[in-house]
Structure formats: C-alpha cells, structure tokens
Design a binder for this molecule. Sequence first.
Ligand code: SF4
Length: 179
Amino acid sequence: MKTIKETIREITERFPIHQWNCLSTGEFDFQPQVREICEGNACGQYGKTWSCPPAMGTYEECKKLILSYDNAFVFTGKYDLEDSYDFEGMMEGKKQFQEMCRNIREFWRQRHGRCVLLGNGSCDLCSRCTYPDAPCRRPGDMITSLEGYGVMVNHLAESAGVNYINGQNTVTYFAVVLS
Ligand code: SF4
C-alpha cells in the first residue's frame, strides 16, 4: 500500500501540474461572500448543474465537509491564451484541467479508495444537465466547484505558496484533493 506522500509524488511526476503544495484544511479561508458571488450568477451556472450551488449543499454543509478531512493536496494548471479576451482558450483550458483532475482522482482512488476532489467551475460533461429534474448521469465523473464551497481561492493560493495568476495571456485553474 502506497502512502499519501508517495501518491502525491507520483501524481506530480505523471501529470502536467503547474504548481502544488499540501495544506491542512484548517488553513482554508471560508467566506459566505464567495457563495453570494455564486448567487449573483455572473457565470450563468448558478442553479444549472449538480456541481454548483445550490445543489451542492448550503455554505455551512460545504464547509463542514471540507473540515471533516485533515489534509488538502492543492494543485494548479496553467493554460496559454491568445489574449485576455480569449474565451475559447479559457474553455479549452478548463476542459483540459478537468480531464487532468478526473485522471488524478482515478489514480488516487485506485491507491486509496475514496477520494474527494474539488475543482474549477461548473460541470459540463453532458450537453444538457439533468439538474434539477433527475439525478446526475455521471456522479463519479462530476467535479464540484471549489468556489462553490465558499473557499477564498486567492487566499488558498497564498497559504499554499502557489501563484493565483501566472501572468498576461494565461489562465490558472485550481483543484484540491482532500484526504
Ligand atoms: S455529469 Fe451531466 S448530469 Fe451530472 S452534473 Fe455534470 S452535466 Fe449535470
């Protein structure tokens, strides 16, 4: 049986992670205002998928879930854009990052069984989400939104010592594996 430390080392060698670190979940900064930003629906995904609020539970329930784990493996992906308006490039980066997250989660599950991974933004695996009329079609593949849990991702980056942004014409996505 591999240790968590060995698994993380192998993940960082196998996958194109930009930066990473390990934190205690006690170092996370939770703020109800982050959920309020979700409720403002600037991204258009609030109430649209099982992976975003309100389907993922209340702010307090989400915070409790994260704090029920001790350790967090925080990692980022960095993707190049043509310019700061390159929406297609951002969506392509999101797709690549979520694919990497699913592969990392599967790798972790094979080693340690259950694994909770929180990632970037909403789930767009299906052309039309079943929310709220029927259960999720692929609950094992879905990635829930880290921001939806009320986590201040810029503070998470600071605590982990990884870049929140990586310069002009790039986009950076964050994910966390809880253990
Ligand atoms: S897997 Fe499909 S049904 Fe489930 S949250 Fe994603 S888009 Fe919705």
